[in-house]
Design a protein around this ligand. Structure first.
Ligand code: FAD
Ligand code: NAI
Length: 466
């Protein structure tokens, strides 16, 4: 029977980063994954395939939608959807192989199959052929991730009514697509199919899009998406959907009360959130009970049962790959007797649409609710020379700083490439930096990053370029 220091259940960003760090620290480690490929949701059916389609569809739209022509490049693009999907699959395959290589490099055993805890210190892995392997270990890390939340009254068949996985592989460009949920998945995958030619209507329960995001950014983003052709039905509750061979009939009614509306579309994407995946894990054998959403609680990644730890989407906090990754490192460092730590106040969030949305730290709404006095600096991309020259002027950057100390409390942006640039603010915040620190840091010209500098200058009222 194999004896380990750590057995990790789940091969996503939580699991594979935990395995890598454990290997680096000399712990005898195994990673158990049931889907036949490492990389989890993120690499296989999440972050990476969605970004592959966002990238390709952005080029297609630039060519088809007149942006290239405006730059003096005359082309008549022809969509080859099969090739677009093939290049996505190829990149995903290469990435999952890359993770396998990392496991080998760090001397981690990759055990294929579904893992089940069978008492403290024991994981039983059931392989595809039904055979079982028992792994004995000092520590178990649960990193089993999440799955799409179902919508009562709507059956996902992944043919006409799809979840995010289905929407990453539609066999054709829909003429019309209804997206249920104006969150990250709905707007990213809605953008992909809209750019390729679909008419996209987003039906959202709340009276706003991307809940939790700074309201001013969300409002500006919705205006930009509307200008792009997105249609929104906000404050609308979906009560049912019926798939036929040719399409879907979906019924929704106003949350505030009123008559129901039935709309038809070729496809419906349901993207109303994700829920932790904690079933079939043998948790009862060690006395761990997830809450009613399936969340396995943690205190510094400890489940409450000695030697059993939990990280990533299956535990509390934002369901993001980089959050899972940071928890993985902190958890393994604690197991190795080091001071594992992660800062939950500084987890950036990005929506990879065009333009992108990027946020970190407190929103204005958070600060008002907490009664914290703050100052705001803002800068529009219209006044950023690089954005202007590239015809990408939609959006703005907003920096929020403590009114007394000038310490940066948050930054929120909608605009070109803000997803990459928000990292600058994350670093400044980790160092306890002030808006003046960013404002007085020399930024390269002409770059869009100057918008973050100009917004930071704005906190003390000395924005120079607008
Ligand atoms: P997962 O990645 O879900 O991995 C868990 C793994 O555990 C799975 O592979 C599963 O098969 C395996 N598993 C489960 N139970 C068992 C068991 N009993 N035995 C063996 N294996 C098991 N996040 C971002 O930060 N940026 C993005 O751009 C982004 N885009 C996304 C786009 C989409 C369409 C989706 C759906 C998600 C996206 N996310 C993104 C979220 C991101 O994918 C997750 O936050 C991240 O994958 C969580 O990592 P994890 O390791 O906790 O879980
Ligand atoms: P989400 O939580 O981002 O958005 C779900 C939306 O659906 C919300 O606006 C919510 O109000 C709405 N909603 C809930 N119930 C509804 C109902 N019955 N009818 C209509 N609307 C309803 O969830 P989403 O988009 O499914 O994504 C899941 C998670 O995956 C995200 O929270 C995020 O953590 C992760 N993700 C991250 C990405 C990124 O970082 N770029 C990309 C994609 C996913």
């Amino acid at each position: 029977m194999a004896q380990y220091d750590v057995v990790i259940i789940g091969g996503g960003p939580g699991g594979y980063n935990a395995a890598t760090r454990a290997g680096q620290l000399g712990l005898k480690t195994a990673i158990v994954e049931g889907r036949g490929k490492l990389g989890g949701t993120c690499l296989n059916v999440g972050c990476m395939p969605s970004k592959a389609l966002l990238h390709a569809s952005e080029y297609y739209e630039a060519a088809a939608g007149g942006e290239f022509a405006k730059l003096g490049i005359e082309v008549k693009p022809k969509l080859n959807l099969a090739q677009m999907m093939a290049q996505k699959a190829e990149s995903v395959e290469a990435l999952t192989k890359g993770v396998e290589f990392l496991m080998k490099k760090n001397k981690v055993d990759y055990v294929k199959g579904w893992g089940r805890i069978d008492g403290v210190g024991k994981v039983v892995v059931k392989a595809e052929d039904g055979s079982e392997t028992v792994l004995e270990t000092k520590n178990i890390v649960i990193a089993t991730g999440s799955e799409p939340t179902p919508l009562p009254g709507v059956t996902i068949d992944n043919k006409r009514i799809v979840d995010s996985t289905g929407a990453l592989s539609l066999p054709e460009v829909p003429k019309s697509l209804i997206v249920v949920g104006a969150g990250v998945i709905g707007l990213e995958l809605g953008s992909v199919w809209k750019r390729l030619g679909a008419e996209v209507t987003v039906v959202e329960y709340l009276d706003r899009i991307i809940p939790g995001t700074d309201a001013e950014v969300a409002t500006a983003f919705q205006k930009i998406l509307t200008k792009q052709g997105f249609k929104f039905a906000l404050g609308a509750k979906v009560t049912g959907a019926e798939a036929t061979a040719k399409g879907v009939k979906l019924t929704h009614e106003p949350v505030a009360g009123g008559a129901a509306t039935t709309v038809e579309a070729d496809y419906v994407l349901v993207a109303i959130g994700r829920r932790p995946f904690s079933q079939g894990l043998g948790l009862e054998s060690v006395g761990i009970t997830p809450d009613k959403r399936g969340v396995i609680a943690n205190d510094h990644y400890k489940t409450g049962v000695d030697g059993i730890w939990v990280i990533g989407d299956v535990t509390s906090g934002p369901m993001l790959a980089h959050k899972a990754e940071d928890e993985a490192v902190a958890c393994i460092e604690l197991i190795a007797g080091k001071a594992g730590h992660m800062n939950y106040d500084i987890i950036p969030g990005v929506i990879y649409t065009k333009p992108e949305v990027a946020t970190v730290g407190k929103t204005e709404e958070d600060l008002k609710a907490a009664g914290i006095a703050y100052k705001v600096g803002k800068f529009p991309f219209l006044a950023n020379s690089r954005a202007k020259i590239n015809h990408e002027t939609d959006g703005f950057v907003k920096v929020l700083a403590d009114a007394k100390t000038d310490r940066i409390l948050g930054a929120h942006a909608v605009g070109p490439n803000v997803g990459d640039m928000i990292a600058e603010i994350c670093v400044a915040m980790e160092f306890g930096g002030s808006s003046e620190d960013v404002a007085r840091t020399c930024h390269p010209h002409p770059t869009r990053s100057e918008a973050f500098r100009q917004a930071s200058m704005g906190v003390e009222g000395w924005t120079m370029q607008a």
